[in-house]
Each structure stands twice: as C-alpha cells, then as structure tokens.
Design a protein around this ligand. Sequence first.
Ligand SMILES: [Zn+2]
Length: 200
Amino acid sequence: MDSVEKLTKLFESFPGIGPRQAKRFVYYLLSKDPNYLSEISLLIKDIKKDISQCTLCKKFFSKKQSENICNICSNPERNPEELMVVSKDSELIAIEKSGIYKGYYFVLGGLIPILEKEPEKRIRIAALKERISKAKEKGLKEIILALSTTSEGENTEEYLKKELGIYGLKITVLGRGISSGAEIEYIDSDTLKGALENKK
Ligand SMILES: [Zn+2]
C-alpha cells in the first residue's frame, strides 16, 4: 500500500466518511504546502495533550491545568434534578449552544445496533450507572434520554429504560417534534426547545 492508499483507508475509518470522500481528503492534502501539512500533523499528534475527558459526564474538553471535571459538571448553578443522556459530544454541544437546558449531562459514547448481543460494549452503561448513583445523592429526579430517532437510537432508548429502571427515577424522552431518523446534532434550536418542552 502506498501513502495515498494508507491515508485513504485512515480517513475512511472516520465517522460518516466513505471511500470517495476519503480520497478527496487525501488529494486535498496533496495540494497543500508543507507548512499546512506540518501544522495539521502537529495538531493531531498533540490533540490528547490539551484535551481531557471529564470523569463525570465523559465529554472531552480542553483543559487549562490538570482538571478532570468539565466546566458544566463543575458548575454549581446547574439544575441537579436533571441528567440528560446523549450519545456523543457533538450532541451535547448542540443542546448546550441552544441554551434551553440547564441540568447536567452524560455522554454514552455510542448507540446500540438492533440485535447487538453485547450492548454493554457499545455504550458506557457502567459509567452511566455510577454517575446516576452519585447524582441521586445530590438530588437527581429525572433522566432525560435525548437520543436520535433512528432505529439505533430507539433501540438504545429501550435498553436504557430497562437498565435504569432500578433507580426509581423519572425517565423521559424528547418529544416527537423531532422527525423520525433525525440526528440530534443537526436539529435547530427551536425544534430542540419544543422537543424538550414536550418531553414525555
Ligand atoms: Zn463533565
């Protein structure tokens, strides 16, 4: 395999990127000057140095010192009664940007495909349970499942409802202002707001 093929394979493994797009990225890089390429490789090489994963919500954040809790989880002004579960960082960011939600979050790190035999390997279920136990001591009352309305999203929702039933908390899902097949991160703020107001 030559460098073009190797790099194409690498890009193909990125979420949402197919072989043709991967190849376009490679030829785009080939068209750039060496400075641009060194900058990009340095940024990739160091990405983990400046970024930490929050021990509570599992979101990645850029750390100033050596803190291990993000600015949302460490904010005492947030509502301790609500914990919203999303599948990935970009969804948390989209909801946060809309400014409609004031509780805390948890990032699952994935969704469970239908018929998956080992769902616990697809999402951070153990860490979520740990988070809920801690949050319960601080007054948690409601878990909001904010998952995409795709088949994987709905399958994950069912699994979580079953797994989290033991806590005796209210479990709600976003209202169906969100059309079927919608991915949370691409939904506009108004629709998100409606979905949150109409949660059930
Ligand atoms: Zn956090």
